[in-house]
Design a protein around this ligand. Structure first.
Ligand SMILES: [Zn+2]
Length: 161
C-alpha cells in the first residue's frame, strides 16, 4: 500500500485517501487514516513529535503512526511512501507510549525556555576579563635620553657628534 505525498501551504478541507498532505510552513502533516476509516490523522512535525524525511522522491515519517484515539487504533509506519502495518498495541503499551510522548514533549518545551540558572550566572553576562598584558611587552622600553641611547643616539652622534 502506497501513500502519495503532496506539499501544500494549507491542508485542504476535504482530504483524499492515500494522500499525505505536508505543510512545511505549519510544520504539520495530515492524512486520512490508512485503514480506510476516514478519520483525519494529524502529525505535527517537531523534535518531540514526528520527523519527516523527504529524499527528493519519497517521504518517511518517524516514529510510527499510532491512532490510539481513533476507534480503529491503527498503527503503521510510513517509510518511502509505503504503508507498513505494525502490530496493534495493547492498552498498557499505549499508555506507556503516551507517557513517553508527553515526557519527550515536556523535555522539548523545557529546552525552549530560557534557562534561569544560565542567565543568573555572572560569568555569562559579564564580559570576559582580558588576560593581563605585561607592561614591558605593551610599551617598549624608552631610553631616558633618546639622543644618547640605542640606534637613534648612534645616528645622532654620527650626524652631529
Ligand atoms: Zn483508521
Amino acid at each position: 500500500m502506497v501513500i502519495t505525498p503532496v506539499f501544500v501551504e494549507f491542508v485542504p478541507d476535504v482530504l483524499q485517501e492515500g494522500t499525505l498532505y505536508i505543510s512545511m510552513i505549519y510544520a504539520t502533516v495530515v492524512h486520512k487514516c490508512c485503514c480506510g476509516c476516514g478519520n483525519e490523522v494529524v502529525t505535527p512535525l517537531s523534535p518531540a513529535d514526528w520527523q519527516l524525511i523527504y529524499d527528493g522522491r519519497t517521504i518517511s515519517l518517524y516514529p510510527s503512526i499510532g491512532s490510539w484515539s481513533l476507534p480503529c487504533k491503527s498503527h503503521y509506519w510510513i517509510t518511502h511512501n509505503q504503508i507498513r502495518w505494525a502490530s496493534q498495541w495493547s492498552s498498557a503499551e499505549i499508555e506507556a507510549g503516551q507517557a513517553a510522548d508527553s515526557q519527550a514533549k515536556s523535555n522539548y518545551i523545557d529546552c525552549l525556555k530560557p534557562r534561569p540558572d544560565v542567565l543568573a550566572s555572572p560569568s555569562v553576562l559579564s564580559p570576559i576579563p582580558l588576560s593581563p598584558v605585561p607592561m614591558a611587552a605593551a610599551s617598549p622600553p624608552t631610553p631616558a635620553n633618546p639622543t644618547q641611547a640605542g640606534w637613534f643616539g648612534r645616528i645622532m652622534r654620527r650626524l652631529f657628534g
